[in-house]
Design a protein around this ligand. Structure first.
Ligand code: ATP
Length: 695
């Protein structure tokens, strides 16, 4: 209203007082802008007030170790895969069930039965654009899962960590990044200690995570650490994708015991598992059995054998029930007859379970009588659920992590140093004490070119080897909204560049005097500087390639191929003056060319050479530079071009990483009309059955 009055006044006043119309329009714009600013300010205040309320509540819950009770139910869930020929392949066919607070739900079934598909669908983690479409009902405490605003964690199959951090450091960092900034250091440390106790990792607190090169945690400990990292912030729902894969039976049992104890403490835990031993099977409260994407059973684990016995399939005494069930619902591909038999058996089991669902739905009455809203207050929206450290704090924490990782990775540092040392010795031996004959002009050019190539390749290969894996860790941490790309990238570069500079310096410091390059201290220093800058640019290229490549193998294939182009246009093999107009930009974009050109100017400018036998040849360095078309170049100019290329690769990496954040497909609810309404009612009945069976 106020803005309307002011706006009217702004129109009327200028006309009345004879002010030009332009001034009136300008003041109207100013009034509108001021009103908009006030509105935004009000919204911001409101938002920050609600956020601080949420954070305060979150803190209370953390301090009191309260887990919000969450009941997840899925009704008549279908998942289909769109194939290239336009047809669709069913992955999940009408699966229903419920996961309750305080209970551990096991998703079991033979390989390819759809366990991972169901788990990712329940967790809302089906990648968008993967060709998978989801349909059905998915609710959390009665509200559609996407809007429920609960906290959840997803423990992926592969355990990925910064290998040179200890258990304590990994958990503390997760806590520092994701717990409210207002929480005191003592409270955070107490929270981590509590987490360590829950995970049973007290003895391994100081152990490095480790990797192929450095011994560290056992497989089971790594898995429990993965669970721990996901648990920071007390999620109500915990999904674990095949948490026992690759573990021996002892470790598998410890991991499952951790999940069971989480369930006991109020979390709702859903874990997919292939074929557990009987002691693990006994830990499940509820069981969802799938075969070929179809439900065979969904309900209390201790009632499963009873259900199959009622269908004439008795589990022999002292037999692992999990093995019995796996055999019962698997398709036997040993012979066509065996396959037909097992398919017929499976069809009967599926039909029998659908019957049970129908009967239970009938007993309950109808879908409307189902408990659509289940107990459990939801206090935090998922998007607001993770109060993060501010950008500067993120930067500091990530800098410390990157610094530790780079500094402690002795195996990588030693191998980089050895590789640079051996190249320097080989080049030093080949180009030992070059003289100033005509033939030495070619030697000098050759040495400068291989020095540029060696420096670039060493830096590129090291980055390609490490970065794609690190990118996956970062993507996971970003999915938990732990930090932004800018603090991450800045911290990484700030930590890695000083150590990264040591290797080209080592190489250059040996090659320069051994090969007898231009004898001048200033030129020696410039030589080292040019190589170091080139090494950084090559690392930046590695980051850009590593951020687009889907895997390390792909990155290792793409990176050297790109570098080959830059080598060809590096100034030694193709003279820039002869490059066709359409490729003129390539030498300008070549990091090898910038480096080689600067090295040539640094080397040849001011050098004189002995004439050949006929008294001819190139007598001074200027002629050599002219011959190379580098006579108008300067070292400063080439370094500025190199810096531009470097910044371009950093910028490209930043943009790619920011754009490549995984998006997930939504579950489409069946339309509420005609046929699809029936489908919804069926789905609700199915939930009722699942809930009734579970109850
Ligand atoms: N993105 C996808 N592209 C192609 N096929 C897929 C995709 N996702 C799932 N499938 C297919 O769906 C079926 C179920 O796969 P899913 O990984 O869910 O089974 P699973 O029970 O977890 O198997 P496993 O125990 O071997 O991991 C398989 O036949 C699989 O090939």
């Amino acid at each position: 209203m106020l803005s309307f009055l002011l706006g009217t006044a702004a129109i009327v006043a200028p006309a009345q007082y004879g002010l030009p119309l332009g001034v009136g329009v300008a003041s109207l714009k100013a009034v509108r802008a001021a009103a908009k600013r006030r509105k935004e300010e009000r919204a911001r205040k409101l938002h920050s007030a609600s956020e601080s309320k949420l954070e305060a509540k979150f803190e209370q819950h953390l301090a009191a170790d309260i887990v919000e009770p969450v009941t997840l139910s899925w009704q008549d869930l279908h998942c289909t895969l769109k194939l290239k020929d336009g047809s669709t392949k069913p992955i999940l066919q009408g699966v229903s069930g419920v996961a309750r607070p305080g209970r551990l739900v096991g998703l079991m079934g033979p390989s390819g039965s759809g366990k991972t598909s169901l788990l990712t669908a329940l967790a809302g983690r089906v990648p968008a654009g993967s060709g998978l479409a989801l349909r059905g009902g998915l609710t959390v405490n009665g509200a559609p899962a996407a809007e429920a605003g609960h906290r959840q964690a997803f423990v992926a199959q592969e355990d990925l960590f910064y290998s040179m951090l200890s258990v304590q450091e990994t958990l503390s960092l997760a806590a520092e990044l994701r717990l409210p900034a207002a929480m005191s250091a003592e409270a955070r440390s107490a929270y981590v200690s509590h987490l360590v106790a829950v995970l049973g990792l007290a003895k391994a607190m100081g152990t490095l995570v480790g990797d192929e090169k450095t011994r560290g945690l056992s497989g089971g400990e790594k898995k429990r650490l993965s669970i721990g990292c996901e648990l920071v912030g007390s999620p109500s729902l915990v999904f674990a994708d095949e948490p026992t894969t690759g573990l021996d039976s002892f470790q598998a049992e410890k991991v499952m015991a951790t999940l069971a104890s989480l369930a006991r403490s109020g979390h709702t835990v859903v874990a997919s598992i292939h074929q557990p031993r009987s002691s693990i099977f006994a830990m499940f409260d509820d069981l969802v059995l799938l075969s070929e994407g179809q439900p065979v059973y969904s309900g209390p684990a201790d009632k499963a054998l009873e259900h199959f016995a009622s269908l004439g399939h008795h589990c022999p005494e002292h037999f692992n029930p999990a093995e019995f069930l796996a055999d019962l619902i698997s398709i036997d591909f040993a012979s066509p007859e065996a396959e037909a038999d097992s398919r017929a058996r499976l069809a009967k089991l599926v039909a029998a379970w659908r019957d049970v669902e129908q009967r239970q739905a009938g007993a309950i009455g109808n879908g409307n009588g189902l408990p659509s809203s289940v107990s459990g207050e939801v206090v935090l929206r998922r998007s607001e659920a993770l109060p993060r450290a501010g950008p500067l704090r993120q930067l500091r924490l990530l800098l410390v992590r990157s610094w530790r990782q780079v500094l402690r990775d002795r195996a990588t540092n030693v191998s980089r140093a050895m590789s640079n040392l051996s190249s320097a010795i080989v080049f030093g031996a080949i180009f030992f004490r070059m003289r100033y004959k005509q033939s030495n002009i070619q030697d000098r050019m050759g040495l400068l070119q291989v020095a540029a190539i060696n420096t670039a390749m060493a830096s590129l290969v090291k980055t390609l080897n490490i970065f794609p894996r690190e990118r996956t860790i970062v993507a996971r941490e970003r999915a938990r909204q732990s930090y932004g790309i800018l603090p991450y990238l800045t911290a990484k570069l700030a930590a890695e560049l000083p150590i990264g500079a040591l290797f080209p310096l080592l190489f250059g410091a040996i090659v320069y005097p051994t090969c007898g390059l231009h004898p001048s201290a200033t030129r020696f220093a410039r030589f080292l500087g040019i190589l170091t800058l080139e090494s950084f640019t090559s690392q930046a290229l590695g980051l850009a390639v590593g951020s687009v490549a889907p895997s390390t193998e792909a990155a290792m294939a793409i990176g050297p191929a790109v570098m080959l182009v830059w080598i060809v246009f590096g100034g030694y093999y193709v003279n820039a003056a002869n490059v066709p107009a359409v490729f003129k930009w390539l030498p300008r974009a070549s990091l090898i060319k910038q480096s080689f050109e600067a090295l040539c100017v640094n080397e040849f400018d001011g050098l004189t050479f002995e004439p050949d036998a006929a008294g001819g040849g190139m007598r001074d360095g200027k002629q050599v530079l002219q011959w190379l078309s580098f006579d108008k170049s300067s070292i400063a100019g080439r370094c500025a071009s190199q810096a531009r290329i470097l910044m371009f690769y950093y910028w490209a990496t930043f943009c790619i990483l920011r754009a490549s954040q995984q998006k997930y497909a939504a579950v489409k609810e069946p339309k509420v009309d005609g046929k699809s309404q029936e489908a919804k009612a069926e789905g609700q009945k199915a939930t009722g059955v699942a809930e009734a069976v579970a109850a």
